[in-house]
Design a protein around this ligand. Structure first.
Ligand SMILES: Cc1cc2nc3c(=O)[nH]c(=O)nc-3n(C[C@H](O)[C@H](O)[C@H](O)COP(=O)(O)OP(=O)(O)OC[C@H]3O[C@@H](n4cnc5c(N)ncnc54)[C@H](O)[C@@H]3O)c2cc1C
Length: 455
């Protein structure tokens, strides 16, 4: 039987998860990456239960256990606070550790996740790294002359695969604020967290100031903390501010000034406890809006000999390649949701499940149908996430009198009501459809060994 061949473009979470899971779905995979140099900034990523479930289903319990021991499960999400630390809504929502009924959130270094995903790729995956700017549009077009049945674009928000091969693919738009982030790996200044002892209890918190800025922190792990005795907790943090990022300059001074001016002392202390190597340059936040979520798959015709246009239709994929987008290339999410990386993993699992039963003998039309099923399966969840991110952005980035009103109104709400609303929103962000009343996302299952079964 002819092998089914996929070209995966990218080297992030989406690309490596796609390679590992497509291999398990019977594909021969080549990963063409921009480069495999060390990450410019090894940020801490929060991976929620749906992606953890997809990893467990496809890559096995032992890989998941290795990930869990490389990271830290967050004990609780503490709702929203004002700049001075007063809780505005939602008491702590307790989280689980990935196995029970509670949703779970694992925070770990991005490098640890990438390493585990790469280690999960077997002999059916070949890595072909390109130095410099990565695969170009011209190279992609010429790849069509290769014998790929499917090209997977996992090349991030500015996807070259999307712009070259998926004409209907939508591009993300600016959200109107920028994001600073860092990982604090040194001890906090004495007393800095006296009024906010949230991190030692393993909780995540987010504060909204009255000046269109937000600050959040969450416990995580970092190799840099291992040297401390007793071992230190690392804390990943982010801050947002309105407008485009400032021009090149002193990032530390800018974010420290913002933290000190608008938040309780723990914020500036976390910035101070962040070494330069763990402080990222600010980025302009971008996302697809719910209305722009379209075009995560397509088909690109191969030029016929003599240049007469596409397609022979030989039933073996010779009439072109199917194109699937995963992760940020398909649907960039608001970074404050902390779900884009998890979504890339879920996408990979769904793509593998939808194409597992396909064989070249079934023809190009059947592969297109599988990709339509992939897009249809993912769209409700992505719509829900894009919609859910609108409210915290609108409320969190307020300034002046409206923000004071916001704080007053939220603080005046009965706590049971605001905590119920917070719980509903959080659970809806983990479910396949909004307000589905359950947190669980049923991960697409791998086919049983030796008997691939698609969905
Ligand atoms: C501030 C911030 C905080 C975040 N926090 C979280 C979080 O806590 N949890 C979470 O789940 N998500 C989080 N995210 C989102 C997450 O980082 C992304 O959604 C995730 O990285 C998407 O993975 P990806 O593989 O689709 O794209 P990327 O990670 O962008 O990877 C794309 C890869 O493709 C490569 N590439 C690009 N162009 C080419 C080309 N032409 N040829 C070859 N290779 C190419 C790039 O080098 C890169 O390696 C956050 C994002 C931001 C900005």
């Amino acid at each position: 039987m002819a092998p089914k061949r996929a070209l995966v473009v990218g080297s992030g979470l989406g690309a490596l998860a796609s390679a590992a899971m497509l291999e398990r779905a019977g594909w021969q995979v080549v990963v063409r990456a921009q480069e495999y140099a060390a990450l410019a900034f090894d940020d801490a990523l929060g991976i929620w239960s749906p992606a953890l479930a997809a990893l467990r289903a496809w890559l096995g319990a032992s890989r998941c256990d290795a990930l869990a021991s490389a990271g830290r499960f967050v004990g609780a999400v503490d709702g929203y606070h004002d700049g001075r630390g007063r809780q505005l809504c939602g008491p702590a929502t307790d989280l689980g550790e990935g196995t029970g009924e509670r949703p779970a959130l694992l925070f770990l270094p991005r490098s640890a996740l990438l390493r585990e995903l790469r280690g999960a790729c077997g002999a059916g995956v070949r890595f072909d790294a390109r130095a410099g700017s990565g695969v170009t549009a011209a190279e992609l077009r010429s790849e069509l002359e290769g014998s790929w049945h499917m090209i997977v674009g996992a090349d991030g928000s500015d996807s070259t695969v999307r712009s070259t091969l998926v004409p209907r693919g939508a591009v993300p738009t600016a959200l109107g604020f920028h994001v600073y982030r860092g990982v604090a790996t040194a001890p906090l200044a004495a007393g800095a967290d006296a009024s906010e002892p949230l991190l030692p209890r393993g909780r995540s918190f987010q504060a909204w100031s009255t000046s269109a800025t937000r600050f959040a922190a969450v416990p995580t792990t970092s190799p840099a903390c291992a040297a401390h005795a007793p071992p230190l907790d690392a804390a990943a943090w982010f801050a947002t501010s309105r407008g485009p990022p400032p021009a090149a300059g002193d990032v530390r001074a800018a974010v420290r000034a913002l933290a000190a001016a608008h938040f309780a002392p723990y914020a500036a202390a976390l910035v101070d406890a962040t070494q330069d190597a763990h402080l990222a340059p600010p980025i302009a936040a971008r996302a697809h809006s719910p209305g722009l979520l379209r075009g995560a798959h397509g088909r690109i015709a191969r030029a016929a000999p003599g240049g007469a246009g596409g397609g022979g239709g030989g039933g073996d994929g010779s009439d072109g390649a199917a194109v699937a987008l995963v992760g940020d290339a398909a649907w960039t999410l608001d970074p404050i949701l902390a779900q884009g990386g998890g979504v890339a993993i879920e996408d990979a699992a769904e793509l593998a499940a939808c194409t597992a039963a396909w064989a070249p003998a079934h023809g190009a039309g059947a592969l297109d149908a599988a990709l339509r099923a992939y897009e249809a399966a993912r769209r409700p969840r992505l719509r829900a996430l894009a919609a859910i991110s609108l409210l915290p952005d609108a409320l969190g980035q307020m300034a002046g009198l409206p923000a004071s009103l916001r704080d007053g109104l939220l603080a005046a709400l009965p706590r049971t009501l605001s905590s119920a609303a917070f719980e509903v929103a959080m659970h809806a962000s983990l479910a396949p459809a909004p307000l589905a009343g359950r947190w669980r996302y049923d991960p697409p299952q791998p086919p049983p060994r030796g008997a691939p079964a698609g969905r």
